[in-house]
Design a protein around this ligand. Structure first.
Ligand code: PEP
Length: 253
């Protein structure tokens, strides 16, 4: 009933030449099934370049961040309308690197979520606990606080056109993937929290797992009932690695 979404977060990587080679490889191997959606999120300067390349394909374009402001004197910021203008359909909000390195609070993330939706971009809302929080038994409390900040600001109806990514901070870029059981447990918790407010929206929303997903662990993660694909960092930078994850989703689709 829900399609899989495999989304690549290129972070601060790429160049004109490297992006062209990466996209050539990805476009050459897009799984035939339309039950697997593909998305790439390049750095801002390359959005237009990649938009040209994905045009006419089944690969969608997303950005990694968005301003809370619509326009004006905000040096260095990028408005959601600009992202939409160059062809983005999605934007990542609340990635743990933005929260930890750039001081983005859950309130700011909620504003970015709304700024995206104001221009019909689909926000990919990232939630996740640190290792210390997990070991202290605080995982659900942390996820709830991050999710509730958006629920209280935007309302549950806003989640009809949003994606959630559960990304345990300790699994991002570390090679320490959550087990399928650990991931499914948190995904079920997130969906149940939405279900308590609106069962249809909870049933429809894609909840991605992110954190050291590779071709050889994607199938085990995606086979779980509440895991609808992945937000992929490192493995999104090589066509074969990214496509292996897409193929793992296609095998289940
Ligand atoms: C990410 O940064 O969103 C991510 C999941 O990275 P990686 O796949 O490299 O762990």
């Amino acid at each position: 009933m829900r399609d899989f979404l495999v989304a690549g977060n290129w972070k601060m990587n790429g160049s004109n030449a490297a992006n062209a080679a990466l996209m050539d490889g990805i476009l050459g191997g897009v799984p035939a099934t339309d039950q697997v959606e593909l998305l790439v999120c390049p750095p801002f300067p390359y959005l237009a370049q990649v938009a040209d390349m994905v045009g006419g394909s089944r690969v969608m374009l997303g950005a990694q961040n968005v301003s809370v402001h619509a326009s004006g004197a905000f040096t260095g910021e990028t408005a959601g309308s600009m992202l939409a203008d160059v062809g983005c359909s999605h934007v990542i909000v609340g990635h743990s690197e933005r929260r930890a390195l750039y001081g983005e609070s859950s309130d700011i993330v909620a504003e970015k979520f709304q700024a995206a939706q104001a221009v019909a971009l689909t926000p990919i809302l990232c939630l996740g606990e640190t290792l210390e929080e997990r070991e202290a038994g605080q995982t659900e409390r942390v996820i709830d606080a991050q999710l509730d900040a958006v629920l209280e600001t935007a309302g549950v109806a806003a989640f009809a056109s949003a994606v959630i990514a559960y990304e345990p901070v300790w699994a991002i870029g570390t090679g320490m993937t959550a087990t399928p059981e650990q991931a499914q447990e948190v995904h079920r918790h997130i969906r149940a929290r939405l279900e308590a407010q609106d069962a249809d929206i909870a049933a429809g929303i894609q909840i991605l797992y992110g954190g050291s997903v590779k071709g050889d662990n994607a199938g085990g993660l995606f086979a779980n009932p509440d895991i609808d694909g992945g937000l992929i960092g490192g493995a999104s930078l090589k066509p074969a690695d990214f496509l292996a994850i897409a193929d793992a989703a296609a095998a289940l689709g």
